[in-house]
Design a binder for this molecule. Sequence first.
Ligand code: BG6
Length: 296
Amino acid sequence: MCNCKKFDVPGVEFSRLDSGLEIISVNNKYASAKLTTNGAHIFEFAPAGEKNLLWVSKKAYMEPGKPIRGGVPVCWPWFGSGPKEGWPGHGFVRRETWEVAEISQLPSEATRVVLKLDSDMKQFEMSEFPFTVFMIFTIGKELEMSLVMLNKGDKPVTIGCALHTYFAVSDIRKIAVSGLDKSPYLDFAAHAVSKEGNYQSGDIQITSEIDSVYYPASGATEIVDPGWGRIITVEKSGSDSTVVWNPWIEKATTMADYAPEEYTEMICVECANAKCDPRILLPGVPHQITQKIGLK
Ligand code: BG6
């Protein structure tokens, strides 16, 4: 059955791009949002009267089977390069079509959208255990996103993951990311002197490529953007690692789905279980990471 008939909720519309990408648009009294079932990927969240908090590249592939450069790619069951030769970076679920499990209006009139991906629905070449994962979006004054993961097998498995959020900023060179002062971090930027042994001092200001995994870092961060006169708040739970990424000029030229000049427009602040922060999923015991974003 068409999802639009099954989930007839005020302010929710289904549409399809020519590429086949299924879009769910949400408009309620708090915000507007756009998601796609491809990768359980939200790519627009604009509180009423405000600009989109999320950034999307003008060169992003908006087609089934490809991750979108922007919004919030869901990385699972690994973070970074694949565990085996030829397996895709950041896991495979951001390339899969998820099922719409639920759409509802909450008593507060916020909208809840639940997308589900189940290993029973498809043969996953790269899944080495049976699983169900859910993405739960609550679109209200703030956007709350939870990735819930369940190991349906009979052996523990180790996973990595991230809600790889791309935030829109007025100018990367003029913003600051606060909340990570004194945090140790691994530095994966090309110019890094040493990957290990780094400590953040004060707010993060970005003047070159940044690809840092802060750990332990379980607290909230803020993106202070004087150019647009706004502060984006980023709260999280279930995650002790925060990734901050901007490719800057040189790396930008190597990405087919990213226009070189776009490095000034975005910053990724990711709620993760990355690198030093993997999680063991015991059979039948769910694990959840949640990121909540909004304006101060
Ligand atoms: C970040 C990583 O999370 O994602 C970077 O720390 C990586 O190393 C970036 O380049 C983008 O990854 P991808 O696979 O979406 O191009």
